[in-house]
Write a protein that binds this ligand. Structure first.
Ligand SMILES: Nc1ncnc2c1ncn2[C@@H]1O[C@H](COP(=O)(O)OP(=O)(O)O)[C@@H](O)[C@H]1O
Ligand SMILES: [Mg+2]
Length: 250
């Protein structure tokens, strides 16, 4: 579904993403992990058209999308969430999601956008009541709103950036289960970025690890959690927790 080859992003003299190549198969959940500043969000910004690549190719469904503007990439079926939610606070919850549906699906039909918003809000467990406000949503609620907006655009591939940030343990588990359900029930392929390994390892099919803009490991969760280069980057503790989780999954 996605074939990335030789992706490079430089900011001036600084290389944030250095010759990264990977593939995503239809229906899989690929985890993309790495310490803060390793280039995860930059890769999402390149995949979604928010940033122009310095070099490299991004093929989605066989078509080159590298360098296309964001709205074309969304219309082609690549949806994304943002690590830092910035909803329109003067619009209702429903309007925020319907707006994403209106522009994201390129149908420009208010009726279709409203339908998409209702479905998406139901899926993430937020009220589809049209009067509900954005104010008062906590960290977990704002993450759900990000997800609902991305789902309303009708993605085939969903890029989920740090869906667990600011959540407590129970909320993290629920968010992880939600991503799994989105894949299982809607058949949406997912790339899931996170800097915390543990919960992610329980849900993903495959993991890729970045460090300083380079891919240092890739494979099944248990193998990646046991990779000495990954353990070194994560200073042992988080990797051990991830190993335990990966070993315990059915
Ligand atoms: N627009 C930008 N201009 C300059 N440097 C940037 C920009 N965006 C990201 N960076 C740098 O690129 C590196 C990777 O950032 P990022 O992709 O956000 O990391 P991650 O999401 O893995 O925490 C960091 O050192 C960050 O400071
Ligand atoms: Mg990031």
């Amino acid at each position: 579904m996605l074939v990335v080859e030789g992706l490079v992003k430089r900011f001036g003299g600084f290389t944030a993403v250095n010759n990264v190549s990977f593939r995503v198969e239809p229906g899989e959940i690929l985890g993309l992990i790495g310490p803060n500043g390793s280039g995860k969000s930059t890769i999402f910004n390149l995949l979604s058209g928010t940033l122009l690549p310095t070099a490299g190719s991004i093929k989605f469904d066989g078509r080159e999308i590298a360098g296309l503007p964001p709205h074309r990439i969304i219309n082609a079926g690549v949806g994304r969430t943002f690590q830092i939610p910035r909803p329109f606070r003067r619009l209702s919850l429903f309007e925020n999601v319907a707006l994403a549906g209106y522009f994201g699906q390129n149908r420009h039909s208010v009726a279709k956008a409203n339908e998409a918003a209702e479905r998406a809000l139901g899926l993430v467990g937020l009220p589809a009541d049209r009067a509900a406000k954005v104010d008062g949503l906590g960290a977990a609620g704002l993450k759900k709103l990000e997800l609902a907006k991305a789902l309303a655009t009708g993605p085939k591939l969903l890029l989920a950036d740090e869906s667990l940030g600011g959540l407590d343990e129970k909320e993290m588990d629920q968010a992880a289960d939600m991503l799994r359900r989105i894949r299982d029930e809607l058949g949406i392929t997912i790339i899931w970025v996170e800097h915390i390994m543990g919960v992610l390892m329980r849900v993903v099919d495959r993991v890729m690890v970045l460090d300083h803009g380079e891919k240092i490991s890739e494979g099944l969760p248990a193998a990646v959690a046991a990779d000495p280069r990954v353990i070194e980057v994560y200073l042992g503790s988080d990797a051990q927790a991830a190993q335990a989780v990966a070993a315990g999954r059915g």
